[in-house]
Design a protein around this ligand. Structure first.
Ligand code: GCW
Length: 672
């Protein structure tokens, strides 16, 4: 089967491809290529200027390429004001011509994909002038792809979409056509950076930095026209592993010289290389602690090597003790990133980006926002999201994450209206969810998560339901379905609330985990991590459940927030229901704001969650015959699994808590 077109099917280019289009400026090959293909397919005509500008419907022009075609020159005068900038564009009308102006080829390409999203509306006579530019400067995907197949984690760590599009069995795949298609999809949602290998860097992967650099350069060459810069995950021990030095101590002159030389060589090969991504002193990866140095020493070492070339180091804040003793109630994994990094605020070079997971633990479907994001004003921060659905159904469950990310981005750490998380971070990074699966993501509907990530990174204030609507319209355009109105309504009914549905049938009230360690975090295992070394406990006993993270009687984690939230989370009365068990250990008969007790809430949400998944499946089945058959079947098959898995979650969680508490369900439903 050929690779699915995702949100760029040929039909989505009808409005553009049926017009007379003039492209103006140099270095705009990617734009020209899109327009040429669209026009060839839909009967339009493309011209390269200068060629006279009579009889055009659309001009796509670089502003500085003077003389501009007449409609573009007029439009430029009309739309004078703030320049679009490196990645922005202006869309306007000049007489009966639609004009797109940008300062760079990438800006023009982003504008072109905006036109595709607008469809016929881009050519409406009364279209107002609008300027567009991304809110965040870097919008990045981290691939956790291994070059060699890892004996436990496979080709892609936490990958649920087949193999890697870059690597297979220890070598580069050289499937440049596929990488190019990927570049188009990413550019269409505004993603401008990717790292091409796992943050857990094995011996083969380490060599991408040196003797395997050509493989990275090849990917960079293919993605460059799409405005995407390539980054590399490197091992902190590289000077030892690759350079033959006896140490990787950041204060050692030889180590610094090794990084400087190696980095210079990278830039000689890839002039616009983005920089390094580093997971250090985390889950077994080497780091500065081995040499008694701080993470500022470690990050600055790499930043110093990258600085002369304009590169950045993404230094991950995911540092915690993964050999914890469950008997020790004073250590709290949630505290770790703050405890390690906040004291370093101001000590990191300006080309260090501290990459902070959105929550304090590990990409759970519900966690509070990491307090690190509000505590490092002198540091460049990126928030890290997980598009790959490690803890949200592994692309076997429908779980549209747009609403969750939108909540996180809109969180107000100081409770003042002005500053949200989106205003504090300079970047958004996410763990990618694609593989060599024909539908890119295993679950065709998981494409919406990748789409939404890009769109929200471009503009965090977008309404996630509207973003989903965009995705539906592009992916299932009228010509491709039997009844696009019905398809759209059904997809909204299935997906809009699917993240909350997932939350309902999994771990309750923000307590997290309860996933099965043996099945790679898939499916329930309530005590699977309870006596482990990983620091993710729920402490359920016969009287109650939850983690006391208050200052008064618990681990003190609640005190890591600015005063307003610190108080809210500290207080049993004020703590939001959805995070109650993240912050408090409470008895089963504790009454929530919703009016329900904790135990009854657990039963109710688990019964409701499964019923909702059954309804999703039913709704999907009603689309039979209206969609591409292979896509229809793939989703149908995954919904069967979602029903099975959600039922398993419901029964295990309900039974577990019934056995612990002895409290029956108020409605007498079956609990095993
Ligand atoms: O969520 C955990 C995953 C690991 C991952 C780690 C991380 C790449 O289970 O597979 O390792 O997070 O973010 O580094």
């Amino acid at each position: 089967m050929s690779v699915h077109a995702a949100w760029l099917p040929a039909e989505s280019f009808v409005a553009l491809g049926s017009r007379r289009v003039l492209v103006h400026g140099d270095g705009v090959d990617a734009v020209l290529d899109e327009v040429t293909r669209a026009c060839a397919r839909h009967g339009g005509r493309v011209r390269r200027s200068p060629c006279g500008d009579a009889d055009v419907d659309l001009v796509l022009a670089l502003r500085q390429a003077v003389p501009l075609p007449v409609p573009a020159a007029q439009a430029a005068r009309q739309a004078a004001g703030e320049p679009p900038g490196d990645e922005g564009f202006v869309l306007t009308r000049s007489g009966d011509v639609t004009v797109l102006l940008a300062d760079t080829p990438t800006g023009l390409l982003y504008g072109l994909f905006h036109l595709v999203r607008l469809g016929a509306a881009a050519f409406a006579a009364d279209r107002p002038t609008r300027r567009h530019r991304p809110a965040l400067r870097r919008r990045m995907l981290d691939h956790w792809d291994n070059v060699s197949v890892h004996p436990v984690m496979g080709q892609v760590e936490r990958g649920y979409a087949g193999g890697s599009i870059f690597w297979r069995d220890g070598a580069a795949r050289h499937d440049l056509a596929r990488i190019r298609e990927y570049g188009r999809l990413l550019a269409a949602v505004g993603i401008n950076a990717i790292s091409v290998n796992n943050v857990n860097v094995g011996p083969v992967e380490a060599r991408l930095l040196t003797d395997r650099l050509d493989d990275v350069a090849e990917i960079a060459d293919v993605l460059r026209p799409y405005g995407i810069r390539v980054h590399l995950s490197v091992t902190f021990a590289a000077p030892v592993v690759l350079g033959g030095l006896s140490s990787a101590d950041p204060r050692d002159e030889q180590v610094r010289a090794w990084w400087a030389t190696t980095t210079r060589q990278v830039y000689e090969r890839i002039g616009d290389f983005g920089g390094y991504v580093v997971k250090a002193d985390s889950e077994g990866q080497p780091g500065p602690f081995s040499y008694g140095r701080s993470h500022a020493d470690g990050a600055n070492l790499l930043a110093e090597a990258l600085a002369p070339h304009g590169g950045v180091v993404h230094w991950r804040a995911f540092v915690y003790n993964h050999h914890q003793d469950w008997r020790d109630r004073s250590t709290d994994r949630a505290r770790a990133a703050y405890d390690h990094f906040v004291p370093l605020d101001g000590d990191l070079r300006t080309n260090v980006v501290l990459q902070v997971k959105h929550g304090p633990v590990d990409f759970q479907p519900r966690e509070p926002v990491s307090p690190v994001l509000a505590a490092m004003p002198a540091t460049r921060l990126a928030m890290e999201l997980q598009v790959t659905q490690e803890y949200t159904g592994q692309q076997r469950h429908v779980c549209y994450l747009g609403p969750w990310w939108s909540e996180l981005l809109g969180f107000r750490p100081w409770q003042t209206p002005e500053r949200t998380v989106a205003d504090v971070v300079t970047e958004l990074v996410a763990v990618a969810n694609v593989g060599d699966d024909p539908f890119w993501c295993g679950h065709p509907l998981a494409q919406a998560n990748l789409y939404a990530f890009g769109r929200l990174a471009w503009d965090p204030r977008l309404d996630p339901t509207a973003v989903l609507d965009e995705w539906i319209d592009l992916t299932f355009p009228p010509g491709s379905t039997g009844d696009s109105g019905r398809v759209r309504a059904t997809l909204h009914a299935i997906m809009d609330d699917s993240w909350r549905t997932y939350e309902r049938y999994t771990a309750p009230l923000g307590v997290g985990f309860m996933v099965d360690p043996l099945r790679h975090h898939y499916g329930p295992n309530v005590d699977g991590y309870e006596y482990s070394r990983w620091g993710t406990y729920h402490f359920a006993d016969r009287d109650g459940v939850g983690v006391d993270r208050t200052r008064a009687t618990g681990t003190g984690y609640a005190g890591q927030y600015p005063p307003g939230w610190a108080q809210v989370y500290e207080s049993l009365a004020d703590c939001p229901d959805e995070l109650l068990l993240f912050f408090h250990h409470v008895p089963y008969d504790h009454v929530l704001h919703s009016g329900s007790t904790v135990i009854q809430h657990i039963y109710d949400t688990h019964f409701t969650g499964v019923a909702q998944v059954e309804t999703m499946r039913e709704r999907w089945r009603q689309l039979a015959g209206l969609l591409d058959q292979a896509l229809f079947e793939r989703v149908a098959e995954r919904l069967d699994e979602q029903v099975r898995s959600a039922t398993e979650w419901r029964d295990q969680i309900n039974t577990y808590f019934f056995r612990k508490s002895g409290v029956p369900d108020a409605h007498g439903r079956p609990i095993h």
